[in-house]
Design a protein around this ligand. Structure first.
Ligand code: 5GP
Ligand code: MG
Length: 183
């Protein structure tokens, strides 16, 4: 049997830490959206799925679950890049309060474009909740409303995050050994 633990350099967030993060973010969201009449959690596939399910079961408000799969294009100085939508929402979000659930924010490009797309569809509000944030890597000026944990500029896997589609099922977030992707 091959244990994926062999490929992890160090653990950044263990299971207890992840549970505490979900408790805190869910409590904030519950307070902020207590009067919302149409709350929609938009989970960005695939990396955010484990986080989203742990988060939403801690939110006692009525809310809906939607999924999107997107990829972002655009280089360095470009501000008008576009986003390719591979899987779209199944409902109209006009007048809805949308929270985009992300696994990690790196350059910020994907989220920035996704937020403007959703705002253009007439959502009443669009906020973002991310499990992890790498602020050192940010290339666009944007505000992230709910952040689980700030991490250094390292490549991390686990709890939904992959390398080459693997490691998503690790129950914790860890730094992948560079030897895994440098070979
Ligand atoms: P950006 O913010 O640069 O537009 O894109 C963020 C996306 O890059 C994330 O949703 C994720 O797919 C990927 N990404 C960025 N940093 C990491 C990382 O450390 N580990 C993994 N597995 N994916 C990452
Ligand atoms: Mg992602």
């Amino acid at each position: 049997m091959y244990d994926m633990k062999n490929d992890i350099q160090s653990v950044l967030a263990d299971e207890a830490t992840l549970a505490t993060i979900c408790d805190r973010l869910a409590a904030q969201i519950t307070e902020d959206y207590r009067d919302s009449r149409d709350l929609v959690l938009v989970t960005v596939l695939k990396g955010s799925v484990l986080f989203a399910t742990d988060l939403m079961r801690r939110i006692p408000l009525p809310c809906e679950m939607e999924f999107m799969k997107v990829s972002s294009y655009g280089k360095g100085t470009e501000t008008s890049g576009f986003i390719q939508v591979h899987l779209d929402l199944k409902r109209d979000i006009k007048d809805a309060d949308v929270i985009v659930i992300e696994d990690i924010i790196d350059s910020g490009r994907t989220l920035q474009k996704l937020q403007s797309l959703l705002a253009h569809r007439g959502a009443h509000s669009v906020k973002c909740c991310t499990l992890l944030d790498k602020p050192d890597r940010r290339q666009v000026d944007m505000h992230v409303d709910y952040v689980g944990m700030i991490i250094p500029d390292e490549f991390v896997v686990g709890y939904g995050l992959d390398y080459d589609e693997k490691y998503r099922n690790l129950p914790y977030v860890g730094i992948l050994k560079p030897s895994v992707y440098e070979k």
